[in-house]
Design a protein around this ligand. Sequence first.
Ligand SMILES: Nc1ncnc2c1ncn2[C@@H]1O[C@H](COP(=O)(O)OP(=O)(O)OP(=O)(O)O)[C@@H](O)[C@H]1O
Ligand SMILES: [Mg+2]
Length: 865
Amino acid sequence: MSEQERQETNTDNSETYPLVALKNMVVFPRTRMTLAVAREKSVRAVEEAMIQSEHLLVAASQRDPEIDNPQPKDIYPTGTLVEVTTLHRQPDGSFQMLLSGIRRVQIEEYDELEPYLRVRVTTPQEIHTRDPQADALVRHATNLFERYAQLNRRFSVEDINSIVALKSAARLSDMLAAHLVTDPEQQQDLLETMNPLARLEKICVIMGNEIEILELEATIRNRVRSQVDHTQKEFYLREQLRAIQEELGMETSNEVSELLARLNEKSMPPDITARVRKEIDRLERTPPQSAEIAIMRSYIDWLLALPWTERSDDSFSIDHSRRILDEDHYGLEGIKERIIEFLAVRELRQKLALRDGHSRRESQGQILCFIGPPGVGKTSLGRSIARALTRKFARISLGGVHDEAEIRGHRRTYVGALPGRIIQSMKTVGVRNPVFLLDEIDKLSAEYRGDPAAALLEVLDPEQNSNFTDHYLEVPFDLSEVFFICTGNVKYQIPRALADRMDIIDLPGYMLEEKVNIGLRHLLPAVLAEHGLAPEQLKIPQSVMQQIVTGYTREAGVRNLERQLATICRKAARRIIEKPDSHLRLTSNSLEQYLGTPRYSESPIVQKTQVGVAMGLAVTEIGGILLPVEVATMTGKGELLITGQLGDVMRESAYAALSYIRSRAEELQIDPNFQDSTDLHIHMPENALPKDGPSAGITIATALISALTGRPIRPGIAMTGEITLRGRVLGIGGLKEKVLAAHHANIYHLLIPLENKKDLAEIPAKIRQRINFIIVDSMDQVIEATLLEMPNTAKSRERDDKDIPLMRPLHLDERESATRERKLLRPITPDDEQHKDEDSEHEHPPLIIPPSERLSGESYPHTPA
Ligand SMILES: Nc1ncnc2c1ncn2[C@@H]1O[C@H](COP(=O)(O)OP(=O)(O)OP(=O)(O)O)[C@@H](O)[C@H]1O
Ligand SMILES: [Mg+2]
């Protein structure tokens, strides 16, 4: 006991009370508490207090709670005088009672030890000070308490309010000690501390520590809770989501597991698998109402559907391939040979590459490309090659593709985005090594929105196509095992970079006899089957097939023939339904019942000479065509009018021809000043097709000279060749197509430039036998071969009979050509090479190769006119 506290003690008024020893607890003055009393001595003490001491007794703590029968030395000398306010005797004889602390007492001595303890006590004096320091301390203590209560949450609002309302340090300190302090030794210490301020200070220290601990606990708790909260929140939201989805009948979870199952079954390169897994994850995490869901799902679908590793076994044998090609196509001997050679080389390179341990892609060579007019079998050859190699077949048409995205796809950010056509076809075909036909590669246009040709280059180039990246897919797809074949109508429109990588095979068109055979052996059986007819139900004899070809079609290929046969089959089908057991056999006479009157006639043409009309030839997308040039002269002032949708190059040819004529006017017996009084009109009427190119040069010149001199042009003659200002004739392109067109139109005399003489070897022998090739390299030769002398002159009569026998001249109306089918196609004049050498004058007459002579090698007979 401190010096100061000793002074507070008042030893005068000592009293005696029964004593109850407390275990592990202290009763503070001015506080209440319940107490259970069971020990014999304590029970007796309580009874004594109730009877003898006005319900008052002394409660003091044992030093050691383990001792059952404490002696005076075992009990702290400072205790509390308490009043028993309520008492319940329990059935076992113990008491349950409510105590009210009155004041601190000091035990002076023990009066009795048996049957209960009785002590003499004195009351130490408490000092009550109310100075600013005490007020500050009280306020500090109440603040701390409030904070403590906040953290601890053990106190009711009333408790807190009643405690905070206490202004006296003595009462506040006891109250706080009773409510806050739990350690019995600390409690005892506080009980022994008589100075209320000192007591309060001690309590403040205890509260401060407690608060610190509680705060620490709170932060730890918060931290832990926030972690738990997060996972719980997610769990909770997911559950809700699932519930909503179930409500809406959407089963995302099923879908995800289905996608995962597909992923497991699908064989893909590891990086693609990883990518798909990631996307499925993302899909799962995306709320179902999100607009992105559909996009994500179809993206995953695409990745899962593509043939990343699937391939069909491909086999190659020359015999098998040859057999298949022969089965599917009549004729085309040279072409089939080239295809077989191409396939053989490809096979060898592949073997070599595999042996050297290269990947398959390095074994790839050129790209095969078929060029020719419609209906000559380009697409069907592609299909045959697939069959020959036992590969699957895919095909896209590039006609009119002008947007790069059609090849390479749209980015997924684009509304309604899809992969490009290449990837779409790969998905459809389902293997990574199909034969892939790119039809109409010449119709590819690079107008706007990227360059489809560049994208296509990436597809076709073996260096790049193992990593072909579609904008939609984003991941590279390996196209290196695809066997690409291109087709087109004309070479000249294929983008250069593409053409460079191609092995181009020309299919110029068929001759009559070939068409008849194709019709009989291939088209008719297929068309019959298509119309549900058995072969014996409709028979078409060879002679009738020939009539169909000549009377109802005029084309390089067999498209129209196929169509005519379909028309016949439709009509036949109807008759067979009407008379079920009938077997039809077409005859020359009945043909008109099926197809109407013939559209074309092969009948001999009126031998008619014309002035100012010369027959030229051009190559267009539908093959070679006849291109007449008409010239009219009118009185005027030297104006030149050119019509008929001519391109710039063709116009320039017309000016060149005119300049040539003016420079040679005298020799040609034309008035050198003809332009002072004459207007000229050049027109190329052929079906209003746009035309261009220099190969009509000599035709224009011939028509002009004829018109200006009045000399008629020999009937049945056609010509092709570029003209120079000096009157030289330069070579042209597309000779084969032009010859074929002339052949179909029954032209028997054909002027061709000397430069093209070498190309004659490529012309089928049958045609070479029928056409009279006149080889020219100067305008003089052209004039000599084409223009008749003025009628009535002796010279003319003489020539006419001697030289070129007038065979079957062309009737102009007969030209009604197959071109009507494709109105907007532009005839191409392929020949844009520049010729430098213009000076040589050739005076020798044209070289005429009569039809009777067989052409072989370079030995063309010279027959001077
Ligand atoms: N030599 C041939 N033997 C048998 N059938 C042929 C032959 N040539 C063409 N055909 C048939 O003619 C039809 C038209 O041929 P295909 O469609 O291959 O022509 P194409 O050259 O691709 O024409 P386009 O340029 O219009 O696409 C097909 O039914 C094809 O089988
Ligand atoms: Mg085709």
